[in-house]
Design a protein around this ligand. Sequence first.
Ligand SMILES: Cc1cc2nc3c(=O)[nH]c(=O)nc-3n(C[C@H](O)[C@H](O)[C@H](O)COP(=O)(O)OP(=O)(O)OC[C@H]3O[C@@H](n4cnc5c(N)ncnc54)[C@H](O)[C@@H]3O)c2cc1C
Length: 393
Amino acid sequence: MDTSFSPEDLAFRDEVRAFFDEAYDDDIAQRLEGRNNNKEAIIEWQKRLYAKGWVAPGWPVEHGGTGWNSTQKFIYETERTSRGIRDVVPFGLTMVAPVIYTFGSEEQKAKFLPRILQSEDWWCQGYSEPGSGSDLASLKTKAERDGDDYIVNGAKIWTTYAQNADWIFCLVRTSNEGKKQQGISFLLIDMKSEGIKVNPIVSIDNHHSLNEVEFNNVRVPIANRIGEENKGWTYAKALLAHERTGIAGVPDSMRAVAQAKKFAAKEINGGKSLLDDPTFQKRISDIEIELMALEYTELRVLASAAAGSAPGPESSLLKIKGTEMQQAIQNLMMDMAAHYQGVLPNDLSAEQLGHEFGSAARQSFMYGRAATIYGGSNEVQKNIIAKAVLGLE
Ligand SMILES: Cc1cc2nc3c(=O)[nH]c(=O)nc-3n(C[C@H](O)[C@H](O)[C@H](O)COP(=O)(O)OP(=O)(O)OC[C@H]3O[C@@H](n4cnc5c(N)ncnc54)[C@H](O)[C@@H]3O)c2cc1C
């Protein structure tokens, strides 16, 4: 890849490297390690990106984007992930912001976009409901007009980091007439509103990122509705395509493979390592080849998005393949951890191995099961692709 970079690209890469060297210091790196929910550190890091002007590479320049081309975005992502720097929290910066700057009113843009850019507000996504996930359009949380407000009643579920959030963007039912997609509106709701209750859900990896959010007669100004009443489905669909593009996570997968290889190269008895095993080599090579192919597919989709077309069914393809690859790597790491239970690398004690490799492998394996479900399950993505191929709507 390097050989095709222009001198300008290489200068840009140097700038990115110099910035990360300085801004991503040991203190912030340590506080952001793993998948912890250190809200203060997450916001501090995002504010450093904002100060540099790099917190929202995907936004149009007039709203605070970087104006980078696809190659620059690729370089930035590669440098970020190769250092294990976590991505920004997506709900504000990459999910609701594009909806606001594309479909929102001038007042909404002025009110919300600068605060999202500066990480002043933490957002969460209120789409799924108990009983409405894949069939999202069946959602029942209802918003009824009362003067200048809506009164919202119902519940959302699997709401990631609702416990941190200042605002939630919600799909709500404003009509039961006609097709179910036609009675949905897109509301921005202040999490401090009276009548909102957040109930924690602890997942299989013993982590609290998920929640149920209850709405009990919550008053929301009509001015907080995006676009037209009953047109929320259109805005939501535009957002979902963006969500699925990022989900392929190729650079993160590549970093995970590099980490697996680093441990697999450790000598065990007799000067051999796991990497010397032909069966293991083949498994690693298969993964690397598939990741390379996926990387080029993602670059193609990014290039067509840069040329102005919205991400379409290709996003579904990236989501399926990207998450399958993530799980293949997690499975590999669990198998390695199991292998090392029997034959410890020469330079590590069992405690060191557990600390440096085993516990991370276990945690990412556990949480990784969710990847084929969130952002729209992989089975549902296959339906989307089938409809595109067969020309059905
Ligand atoms: C870790 C995690 C974080 C999440 N964060 C958020 C969030 O922040 N905000 C939010 O709104 N939601 C969030 N979600 C919810 C997520 O979007 C839903 O879980 C997902 O859309 C699936 O819906 P469901 O859980 O109701 O499963 P269901 O829709 O009940 O599906 C159950 C199973 O049936 C399959 N299935 C369903 N319909 C079809 C069909 N037509 N054809 C073939 N198979 C089908 C599914 O693939 C799945 O395997 C999160 C989920 C997870 C796991």
